[in-house]
Design a protein around this ligand. Structure first.
Ligand code: SF4
Length: 334
């Protein structure tokens, strides 16, 4: 195994050093920049991330700048990437790094994973890419390559099987070149060993790849069964001060999705049948949400409200809550 691993690393590194794409976050080993890029890359493709990344870094060039920014500004520079909870966690983590770690970016996987929004993937990616800690990253790209290369037909979404893949990724990265190994795996998955197309003739692992020799590359990894969809009915009661052009928003605690988003008062429930009437349908991951919107003329706040609330100028809604749901609610009452 050791000799195979050595040879696999050697082939992979040789390929990576020749073929790696020049990406803005690869130009330095700055943990802050690597962190921002990794979180953005969880949302979309490399090409789509580049302009967002460059804009974000020029506005918040380091952890201090992000920590002292207003969350509304962070949202503004995140707009278009979706998943605003990730922007909130970036902000929270930056504040923790400044306050608890004296602005020193934690170096180890164990310290990083304690920060808000740092899951096993992000903590490992930052520890390895910035500090060469010997940990392997495991994302969709790496899972695909490992299951194909080693011919593994396993339910990779189950913890026990995921842990087996993590061990393999850690073994590969157990070298003083862990940053390059991890980046090479991501690069190989993004450019050569892609989900629907494989370019095995260009792959540095063609000789030892089990799936290539079996000719069944595209059957791996196994498809994850689709999560059961849930239907929800969400009724918004929109309170406005017309003269002052203000709207009352409260932090959402009503639903398992869009938690802590600033939205008008609402009542939500899980349903088993599509309702006959609704203003619009909204989708969030596995949730189909049927939304109704009611404009309130009285400023008597509904008792069923929850969370803390505040009056917001209408023209500032997109800074407080940049989600498309907030935009749709406003449109429905216009
Ligand atoms: S040989 Fe083909 S299937 Fe195997 S790892 Fe390389 S690109 Fe993927």
């Amino acid at each position: 195994m050791k000799n195979n691993l050595d040879q696999d690393r050697k082939n992979l590194l040789k390929w990576y050093l020749q073929h790696q794409r020049s990406l803005p976050w690869r130009k330095s080993k700055d943990a802050y920049r690597i962190w921002i890029s990794e979180v953005m890359l969880q949302q979309t493709t490399v090409t789509a991330v580049i302009p967002f990344y460059e804009k974000f870094i020029s506005r918040f060039p380091n952890v201090q700048a992000l920590s002292s920014a207003r969350i509304e500004d962070v949202y503004e520079y995140w707009a278009g990437l979706g998943y605003y909870s990730r922007a909130r966690n970036l902000h929270k983590s930056a504040q923790m790094i400044v306050q608890k770690h004296n602005s020193r970016f934690p170096e180890s996987f164990q310290e990083l994973i304690e920060l808000p929004g740092f899951g096993p993937y992000t903590a490992r990616a930052v520890a390895s890419l910035a500090y060469d800690q010997r940990v392997g990253v495991l994302d969709g790209n790496v899972i695909r390559i490992l299951t194909r290369k080693y011919g593994l037909d396993l339910n990779w979404w189950e913890t026990v099987h995921r842990n087996k893949l993590q061990v393999l990724a850690d073994q590969l990265a157990n070298t003083d070149q862990s940053a390059h190994i991890n980046q090479a795996m991501m690069e190989l998955g993004a450019t050569i060993c892609t989900p629907k197309k494989v370019m095995c003739l260009l792959c540095p692992w063609i000789k030892s790849c089990k799936s290539y020799h079996e000719g069944n590359q595209l059957s791996r990894p196994r498809s994850k069964p689709k999560a059961d969809f849930e239907m929800w009915q969400w009724h918004f009661k929109v309170l406005m001060k017309k003269k002052e052009q203000k709207i009352y928003l409260a932090e959402n605690t009503q639903t398992p999705f869009l938690k802590k988003n600033w939205l008008p008062f609402s009542q939500a429930k899980k349903i088993s049948k599509k309702p006959k009437t609704f203003h619009f349908k909204h989708g969030v991951t596995k949730y189909d949400i049927f939304v109704t919107v009611e404009k309130m003329t009285s400023i008597t706040l509904p008792k069923a409200s929850s969370g803390k609330g505040k009056w917001i100028p209408l023209n500032q809604i997109s800074q407080i809550n940049p989600t498309s749901l907030a935009k749709k609610i406003i449109k429905a009452i216009e």
